[in-house]
Design a protein around this ligand. Sequence first.
Ligand code: LRH
Ligand code: MN
Length: 429
Amino acid sequence: MKTIDPSLIAAQNDKLARHVHHDYEHLGEQLARRNIDIETVRARVAAFGVAIPSWGVGTGGTRFARFPGQGEPRHVFDKLQDCAVIQQLGRATPTVSLHIPWDRCSDWSELRQAAEAGGLAFDAMNSNTFSDQPGQPLSYKFGSLTHVDAAVREQAVAHNLECIAIGRKLGSKALTVWIGDGSNFPGQQHFRRAFDRYLDSTRQIYAGLPGDWRMFLEHKICEPAFYATVIQDWGSSFLAASALGPQAQCLVDLGHHAPNVNIELIVARLIAAGKLAGFHFNDSKYGDDDLDAGSVSPYRLFLVFNELIAAEHEQATGFDPAYMLDQSHNVTDPIESLISSAAQVQRTCAQALLVDRAALDAAQHANDALTATGLLQKAFQTDVTPLLQRVRLDAGGAIDPIATYRASGYRQRVAEERPAVKGGSGGIV
Ligand code: LRH
Ligand code: MN
């Protein structure tokens, strides 16, 4: 795995380290005046990790077109190498979430060794019954796990069980099930029967879960179905996860809600029920835009993390969320977007750790709304850059990962090794 020469990272860091230590000490003094021990925050942030979506290291597209960049990964091993570079520089992405069949390979143990060589492990597996593969006997045009034809449902169940089998070889401990099943016309689908078929199919997948695995159900308001989606919202997902059992939980993709939905409230509800699987972090302005996390509404991301850190602080029962990115990089270098998005999510976690929880409790009990919301804004408005730089430096990463990545010429290097890819019709990958 040919990543970046560590001596280049060290040389880049040498230019900046003195400032980082100075700025870190200064931030420490500021936080100490707020009764916050920066060392405690640094330790928690250093332990924070968010998984990289394997499908995010290639250039993404929309239904209209995809404009491939230089050095597009050719296969899952190229993707892993790019993920290793993201981890080498940012030190916030120790795991990769694979998507089958996009990441199919002939030797899973070889893939596992390659990942370990790159300092990576595997997070949740993702099944794909939202598109037809070459040679696939039955089409998912009219659905998969909820299709009216039992043979199609069986095919979709078998695919999910295969994803579990692959994940077991790779050391993964979870399966994410997102299906596009739904309808485009009123009357096209019987809502209750479709949901019953979903439960019947997911029960068969659930029965195939190893005891230490989890099943993440991912809801989405629309696309590819544009009238109704079987698992359209957290309510449908929660009903299903509750019917399936304790290993089934609800995964929140930030882009899968109607505009202005209060996602942090949904998160609080799922935490209270012990049913929060985790997240697909990204950002959006209109629909499932899959934009870089925190790039449009960083305060919205902060309000989600405020609920997560509050739950951690209060030791909420069954609270063990999986953190993953799920983005489509249509106009940026995917490696740069993933490095900066992971750092943005890490930054948001750090900011949420600065909320004075005791003062917040007191303000809430006193119905002092202005003080309460002011405590959140104070944490959000704290520049934690020196802390993030220190965490990367201590972990052997790059103080300025994007500048170091660009100085490395990695993209130009892989562009020579990997044949150029022609632009093509639409599709996210
Ligand atoms: C669906 C989704 C799902 C993935 C896919 C790539 O929109 O968020 O999580 O399978 O994107
Ligand atoms: Mn998603």
